[in-house]
Ligand binder design. Sequence first.
Ligand code: HEC
Ligand code: HEC
Length: 449
Amino acid sequence: MVSAGAVQQQIDLARYPEGDSRTLNTAQYLINRENLTRRAVQFGRLLFHHDFAEDERSGCNGLPCVQRNERARTGPPQSMFEASSCATCHSQPAGSAGFSEARHYTFTSGNTIRGPDMFGLGLIQQLGIEATEDLKAASRAGRPLVTANGVDYGSGLGVGSGRAIETDLVVRPFGRKGVESHLRAFASRAAFNHLGLQAQDRFQCPAGDLDGDGRCDGPVKAGVDPDGDGSADELTQGGLSLLEHYLINYPAPGRGRITEEVREGETVFKAIGCAECHRPGMRIRSDPRIEHLTVFWNEKNARFEAERRRLVRAVDDGYQDPDRMRAVLRAEPKREGLVVDLYSDLKRHDLGPQRADRSDEEGVNRSVFVTRPLWGVGSYTAFMSDGSAPTLEDAILRHGGEAQSTTKRYTALPVAKRRAVTAFLKSLVLFSVDDVLTAKIPITAGDLP
Ligand code: HEC
Ligand code: HEC
């Protein structure tokens, strides 16, 4: 494999041109051409791991670059430049765009937060998009606000500012407060807040981004330097598209050993009402990704193995490679249906004083959070979105408010059943994506490498 540094020297990925599916060496060309769409994921990965403190072209937000770089290395965690790469905070398990073991401070509220992992985020984004479609259709028809997956947004906190869903009926799964509907928007927000990088789509966009999909609604204005630090175009549309493509295609979490106890735990989990909010079996109508990877424990071989399915078909759209004059096929996502055990309803709930931040944030009450998807939770080392619960049981006991009755049913269980619930949660695991890339976790089924 070419080292990240070597590729970065040849290609300036953060300043990669957006282009289109018919222009060589552009983000849209890579993303949309059959033989290159996986490379677009690799490029996104390199960007995610790129050390921007060493990158003078990334702009330094009004500071002399030396000073910005110094702050990125040594600054307090609440500074705008607390990190020099996305991977600074999203790094566990090692070899993955995972979670952060450290707790971070938010800039304004004094709350602490834990950096969550990137596993399966493309599926979560799509579930949100489809739920939004359902809710808008229901609202137009005067029907109750229930999605095709049976999530009732009219119940619980209901509709309103900072409630289960905002009045615009847009499901926003990202951020523990439910602030963004699209990864592209979250990524450009993170790039600015943590790395001081101004994305064209956010800062060089006269038309604005009214639909919140993270893409400028009109043409971006190239060549300007909004923060006046001497660097224009710190993160181009093309650079952001590569990062977005990477995040959308990040694999879903895996599954560890499924023992008798784990099976029993899952039954209890459903019986006492956890699954009301932490919903398994969420159906996606139109999977936007290029491939699906399932990592599971193979009991016979006593090891993790993976299955991979390609989700794109090659379509001849008449485009020819200009040098060799032969067809280069277009990669078109098959847009299949898929059911995922997400263990979330992607809705905000009030957990009461047992789980409250120090202060409100983003117009959302300090005890209100989007249900955390529990897939992958078995790999975490601290629980709840602030990382304040040292054990799974502790996390469960800190559910008050809307979850009060469920928590009571949990505490009334005999110890063995309680233990089964946490054993079940521990079987929902993340894995090292590097281990799959290096075949330490072998792909043994599906479309073999
Ligand atoms: C200083 C640490 C830090 C850095 C650096 C960082 N993040 Fe994050 N990230 C966080 C924290 C903390 C959250 C949780 C925010 C919340 O829940 O409100 C988060 C959340 C996210 C989410 C939403 C995930 C979800 O499940 O809701 C995405 C996507 C994300 N980050 C992408 C990025 C990208 C892309 C970069 C680099 C441009 C980046 N992050 C850099 C700490 C960081
Ligand atoms: C009323 C909805 C609701 C119910 C019922 C509920 N939860 Fe939760 N759960 C949440 C929300 C919201 C969060 C996110 C809290 C936060 O962001 O800190 C959460 C967080 C968690 C976490 C921490 C996840 C992480 O990433 O650290 C665990 C574990 C968990 N719940 C398990 C359970 C179990 C087990 C039950 C049943 C006993 C249950 N929950 C019942 C809404 C609920």
